[in-house]
Ligand binder design. Structure first.
Ligand code: PMP
Ligand code: GLU
Length: 399
């Protein structure tokens, strides 16, 4: 008998990052001593002034439907943010607020992809890009980057991947999972290629832009190459920067025609994002920004600790990142030496069972032989996790 599930949905994989976080939470609930380094969400609480804005919104009765694409006040705050921080100007009809940046990306793909259109996705990629592309009816064109290039797409690779079917290129900087960010020169090189292909759109997923500690200011593709503005879609949100993952507010800025198409999809699916969360997001963007600095400094400190500690473990090599909150070490030497562990997926299960530490395997990021550890947790917890991994590996693995 049919299971009634659509063929397309059968091809889609569930989100691996969410699966690991859920598994760790389930084990903890069952009384198991598990350290969860799977979840990609800040451990900080949402700052008080943002929470207060939400409480006020409830008390003032802002509890009704809003405009599908976001309240005028929040859109104004987003336009202000884009101008102030990214030096790019947008009108209200070029902005849409959605239920998280993930929803913005999904809307974008559904708005621009025709059957068999190609989406260029460099590895290692955020686990959701290929499956969202599949759901939108498109084809992912996966381009493998190398550690020698800091896991970044080069202009030559981009040009080689473009075909007459290419519709969109997905960029994410700083990157989940590598923590690497494109320099202005690197982005400019990519942009110079894109300028030559007027049928190609580019999405820049900037969700980690405030969790960045590189030497030069973080570059923005649209600010660097204004001639791409009518083909570029900026994706961002408040989840990571302001520790607001549960509030579900993300947004996109781009050409009016595309934003209008996204709004149409949203009007027939979710309608507006939560009115109370929108009031909170407005306070986040317009309010004091010192919380960003405090959180960034903590993430940098944890990064420095974790990358060094991982490199001190037998068989593990981890390069430094300059943003986001993930370490993405090469674990091939560990896999080679552990009996009955043949790949990063099996290693992640082994670490959960033998060390009680939940990590995400590299395979769903398009990077077999790696694992992702989130350092969005306290140094004490990270130290305990490292100790456990060391104790588990030591009897079996040497450098
Ligand atoms: N892009 C990347 C690269 C991410 O890691 C995430 C985290 N979930 C998102 C987008 C979506 O963020 P949200 O939907 O919470 O705004
Ligand atoms: N983006 C985060 C992660 O990669 C949150 C979970 C998700 O939406 O994938 O872990």
């Amino acid at each position: 008998m049919s299971d009634f599930v659509a063929d397309l949905v059968k091809k889609v994989k569930p989100s691996a990052t969410i699966a690991v976080s859920m598994k760790a939470a389930e084990l903890k609930r069952a009384g198991k001593d598990v350290i969860g380094l799977g979840a990609g969400e800040p451990d900080f609480d949402t700052p008080d002034h943002i929470k207060s804005a939400a409480i006020e919104a409830i008390q003032e009765g802002k509890t009704k439907y809003t405009a599908v694409d976001g309240t005028p006040e929040l859109k104004q705050a987003i336009m202000g943010k884009l101008l102030r921080e990214n030096h790019v100007g947008y009108q209200a009809n070029e902005i849409i607020v959605s239920c998280g940046a993930k929803h913005s990306i999904s809307n974008l793909l559904n708005a621009v992809i025709n059957p068999n259109d190609e989406v260029i996705i460099p590895t290692p990629y955020w686990v959701s890009y290929p499956d969202m592309t599949l759901l939108a009816g498109g084809e992912s064109v996966i381009v493998e980057t190398s550690i020698e290039n800091d896991f970044k797409l080069t202009a030559t690779q981009l040009e080689q991947a473009i075909t007459s079917n290419t519709r969109l290129v997905m960029l994410n900087s700083p990157s989940n999972p590598t923590g690497k960010a494109y320099t202005a020169d690197e982005l400019k090189d990519l942009g110079d290629v894109l300028v030559k292909y007027p049928q190609v759109l580019v999405a820049t997923d900037d969700i980690y832009e405030h969790i960045y500690w590189g030497d030069e200011p973080l570059a923005n593709l649209v600010a660097l190459l204004p001639e791409l503005k009518d083909r570029a879609i900026i994706i961002n949100g408040v989840s990571k920067a302001y520790a607001m993952t549960g509030w579900r507010i993300g947004y996109a800025a781009g050409p009016e025609t595309i934003i209008t198409a996204m709004r149409k999809i949203q009007s027939q699916s979710t309608s507006n994002p939560c009115s109370i969360s929108q009031a909170a997001a407005k306070a986040a963007l317009n309010g004091p920004q010192d919380c960003l600095v405090t959180m960034r400094e903590a993430f940098k400190q944890r990064h420095d600790y974790l990358v060094k500690a991982l490199n001190d473990l037998p068989g593990i090599q981890c390069s430094v990142g300059n943003g986001a909150f993930y370490a993405f070490p090469d674990v091939t030497k560990v896999i080679d030496q552990l009996e009955n562990v043949d790949d990063d997926v099996a290693l992640s299960t082994w670490l959960l069972e033998q060390a009680g530490v939940a990590v995400v395997p590299g395979t769903p990021f398009g990077a077999p032989g790696y694992i992702r550890l989130s350092f969005a947790t306290s140094i004490d917890v990270l130290q305990e996790a490292i100790q456990r991994i060391e104790d588990a590996l030591k009897p079996f693995v040497t450098d």
